[in-house]
Unconditional design. Structure first.
Length: 433
């Protein structure tokens, strides 16, 4: 039985009481938290001195397109339709293959670990390649083949797309890092039959069902024109909204749709940077939260963000909604931290395992150095984390009770090789775009 004791730590538990323990210890055995307290007498096979730094739960990114790091900066400052249909989809058609997916996935995982993400929820293509990277890096990834109603590099039709997802679900059943999920890309790229068949596979394997919802105003207008319903109304009529559904964006929901969404039990993944950069609008998440909808945070892909930094995303989200509502109390620091931890765990069906530092939960945690000028003094550590901290202060990252980054040194990935390969690929793409 392997065990590690982290000593001399200040612990931000993010439990129900938002308890903070100063000068405390945490004991981890076989990947789970065995004890938390001021002085733990139990012996451990190894000891790590946190040296007065802060421990907190790992971040949970509920919406990513991991390999799109290879398209970071390729189509900036464009309207959504032009960005997606004229730039991104043609680039994907030309450059996506197993090798480019591996490179982009490794780069994305490297970036996420260094900025504190320990679990992410992805929707993209070449899912088996992404899963191999996730397994090697020892990060927790919800992985599935994104389904659309046209041929891709990995499948020719719906039957093949579903088969890829079933294969992934069977191969990685009960895996410690790879968690199979499934994605129907969007109501505008999937037929009603596709949306329902993808949901049937999700239900069969008890998987997360991902879908983009009401990202743009134009999407809503076209939905009304095409099917006579707004997207949430339409998806609800098809029976694909429930507690296993994670809807990305949800920017343009009507009052009636908010009620429908709440009653369905579906979750919202809020992506503020991407929505701002593509000028899609502001998802009224303060309204969603007030109505009892579970709201988590995602970064979206690096082609529309352009990073996967959840500390930045959390701060931006909080400031946006204060400013647009003219109410500084509409979102507070505690709620923001919940969105990137507890709410993310709930959206992915792992609230009993992740999202807080409590005895019995999986040991996914960050060690962050707040002894910097920008984070001094500390009156309330939760506010300091949201409004002042940055990802460069994250010193170590543990996933499943094992360090994947220790004292800023990556332990599961070769950082220099990954960056070199990514730049070499970008140089090739640049010549042809």
């Amino acid at each position: 039985m392997s065990s590690i004791k982290i000593t001399n730590a200040n612990i931000v538990t993010l439990n129900k009481e938002f308890e903070v323990l100063n000068e405390a210890e945490i004991l981890i055995e076989d990947g789970r938290i065995k004890a938390i307290g001021k002085s733990i007498s139990a012996h451990a096979t190894s000891v790590y001195d946190a040296n007065g730094k802060w421990l907190m739960p790992g971040f949970i990114n509920t919406h990513t397109h991991l390999p799109m790091t290879i398209f970071r900066g390729i189509a900036d400052d464009l309207p959504f339709d032009q960005w997606l249909f004229k730039k991104i989809w043609p680039a994907e058609k030309k450059f996506l293959n197993h090798e480019s997916i591996r490179i982009g996935s490794e780069l994305g995982v490297l970036e996420m670990i260094q900025s504190g993400t320990t679990t992410f929820n992805d929707m993209y293509f070449f899912s088996h390649t992404i899963a191999e990277v996730v397994e090697k890096a020892k990060i927790r990834g919800f992985i599935g083949e994104s389904v659309v109603d046209f041929p891709t590099h990995t499948y020719a039709n719906l039957e093949e797309a579903l088969s890829l997802n079933v294969d992934l679900a069977e191969k990685y059943n009960d895996h410690p890092y790879v968690r199979p999920s499934i994605s129907a890309h969007a109501p505008y790229s999937c037929s009603p039959e596709t949306l329902q068949e993808v949901k049937a596979v999700a239900d069969r394997f008890k998987m997360v069902y991902n879908i983009h919802i009401s990202e743009t105003k134009k999407e809503v207008e076209e939905s009304i024109e095409k099917v006579g319903k707004r997207p949430v109304e339409y998806l609800n009529s098809l029976g694909v909204l429930d507690k296993s559904t994670v809807g990305a964006h949800c920017v343009w929901l009507s009052e009636e749709e908010v009620k429908i969404y709440k009653n369905s039990g579906a979750h919202v993944s809020h992506n503020p940077s991407s929505n701002l950069k593509l000028a899609c609008g502001f998802a009224p998440i303060h309204t969603y939260l007030k109505e009892g909808i579970n709201v988590a945070i995602g970064t979206d892909g690096a082609a529309s963000n352009n990073n996967t930094d959840l500390l930045e995303e959390m701060r931006l989200s909080t400031l946006i909604h204060k400013g647009t509502s003219f109410d500084p109390t509409v979102l507070n620091a505690n709620t923001s931290l919940q969105m990137v931890t507890q709410n993310g765990a709930r959206a992915l069906g792992m609230e009993k395992e992740l999202g807080s530092l409590e005895v019995g939960k999986i040991a996914d945690l960050l060690i962050i150095d707040l002894k910097r000028p920008a984070t001094t003094p500390i009156y309330d550590v939760h506010s300091t984390l949201v409004y002042a901290a940055h990802s460069g202060q994250i010193q170590s990252v543990m996933i499943n009770g094992e360090f994947v980054m220790k004292d800023r040194q990556m332990l599961t990935l070769d950082e220099e090789r990954i960056k070199a390969e990514a730049q070499e690929l970008a140089n090739k793409i640049k010549k042809e775009v």
